[in-house]
Design a protein around this ligand. Structure first.
Ligand code: GLA
Length: 420
């Protein structure tokens, strides 16, 4: 073995955190739709047929995803959350959907979703019961993995309720292996660290080797307080969690609640911008049959989605905080940088923020850079320098989002020669 090869092998042993679950999935943050935040555990199809957890709901969402440009924009997975199964397993010990609400069965639903060029996600739990009290997978990991594979499911959200915390790791790893054994590509979405944090710091090396994304913190609610608490938790644990994210495995700050009831438009922009900066899965939980045009446009903003899906696959982080502003930065491919400036002051009007206060600015803009403002509106800000006096205007609880592209010295020289 050459010395160089030996060095590489040693380095890779020293840095196991880069090892993602090797199933070829989630090379970019997952995009799709998940029912929980908006539709919860509504099983009352008699009085609320349009909003209850039934095959009809997912079929309608799949239809909307095609019809209204969601699939085109990159949203791909239509995901079922809790409350889909019958309370009893079948005679062979397999999970079965509630027969009244899913008369066609999950396989048929998967076929339907696939026929639309989309993928189907399902939900189960590592413990004795799901969080809402439906049968859990404890003791049935292989059976359930095989059932989901037989149904042609493409994603499993695996919750962590109703299991002693010391058994979480074992359960999540066993299910990961069971999914792998089926031979079907099933994206594996975990909540392992969320349930372990109250007791100990989770082992993110192991989590990354086991899951394609993982929830760390509380469920998102349809409120600005909830969004702020998620951002705060993420920033205050970023030294631990940011290094574990990359192609194949992502931190999951929970669903996008854009298009619902609780966030102002500025707050919706903040969620979208920061979820892109955090390289988070973009799983919307809203009603695609009834969503306002501005929310739709925001969720389908291709410039924000490009940041989310950047091929470098590095998660951003909070780089500064003060005067009721927060600055978040995400390194992008080709030495570019995405910057989000969040105005946390919930009184008064738009406030100015001097761009020179962004930590990465001096590096990317030396000697010059190109700036594109994406939020609150798209605007080419042109060539800027290290000393730029550019001031961003940010609304209360809103976010200014921009990308900064370096103009290399070499390019400058060639350009100078060309125009000479
Ligand atoms: C937990 C999860 C949620 C949702 C519910 C379902 O609270 O964190 O995302 O899946 O269970 O019961």
């Amino acid at each position: 073995m050459s010395k160089m090869l030996l060095l590489l092998v040693l380095l890779s042993l020293l840095n196991p955190a880069v090892e993602a679950l090797d199933n070829g999935l989630a090379l970019k943050p997952t995009m799709g739709w998940l029912h929980w935040e908006r539709f919860m555990c509504n099983t009352d199809c008699d009085t609320d047929p349009d909003n209850c957890i039934s095959e009809r709901l997912y079929m309608q969402m799949a239809d909307m995803m095609v019809k209204d440009g969601w699939r085109e924009a990159g949203y791909e997975y239509v995901c079922i959350d809790d409350c889909w199964p019958s309370h009893e397993r079948d005679a062979q010990g397999r999970l079965q959907p509630d027969p009244k609400r899913f008369p066609g069965g999950i396989k048929k639903l998967a076929d339907y979703v696939h026929s639309k060029g989309l993928k189907l996600g399902i939900y189960a739990d590592v413990g004795e019961k799901t969080c809402a009290g439906y049968p859990g997978s404890l003791g049935y990991y292989e059976t359930d993995a095989q059932t989901f594979a037989d149904w042609d499911v493409d994603l499993l959200k695996f919750d962590g309720c109703n299991l002693k915390w010391t058994l979480l790791g074992d359960g999540y790893i066993k299910m990961s292996k069971a999914l792998n054994k089926t031979g079907r590509s099933i994206l594996y979405s975990c909540e392992w660290p969320l349930y372990e944090w109250p007791f100990q710091t989770p082992n993110y090396t192991a989590i990354r080797e086991t899951c394609n994304h993982w929830r760390n913190f509380n469920d998102v609610f349809d409120s600005w307080i909830s969004i702020k608490s998620i951002l705060d938790w993420t920033a205050s644990h970023q030294d631990i969690i940011v290094p574990s994210a990359g192609p194949g495995g992502w931190n999951d700050p929970d669903m996008l609640v854009i298009g619902n009831f609780g966030l102002s438009h500025d707050q919706q922009e903040s969620q979208m911008a920061l979820w892109a900066i955090m390289a988070a899965p973009l799983l919307m939980s809203n009603d695609l049959r009834d969503i306002c045009p501005r929310s739709k446009e925001l969720l389908q903003n291709r410039r924000i989605i490009e940041i989310s899906q950047d091929p470098l696959g590095k998660q951003g982080y909070r780089s500064a905080k003060g005067n009721s502003f927060e600055v978040w930065e995400r390194p992008l491919s080709k030495n570019r940088l995405a910057v989000a400036v969040l105005n946390l002051q919930e009184i008064g009007g738009p406030r100015g923020f001097a761009i020179s206060g962004v930590a990465g600015w001096k590096k990317v803009c030396d000697p010059q850079c190109n700036v594109t403002l994406i939020l609150p509106e798209y605007k080419e800000m042109g060539v800027q320098t290290k000393e730029s006096k550019l001031i961003l205007k940010v609304n209360p609880s809103g976010t200014a989002l921009l990308t900064v592209t370096p103009i290399s010295k070499d390019f400058g020289r060639i350009h100078w020669k060309d125009t000479d």
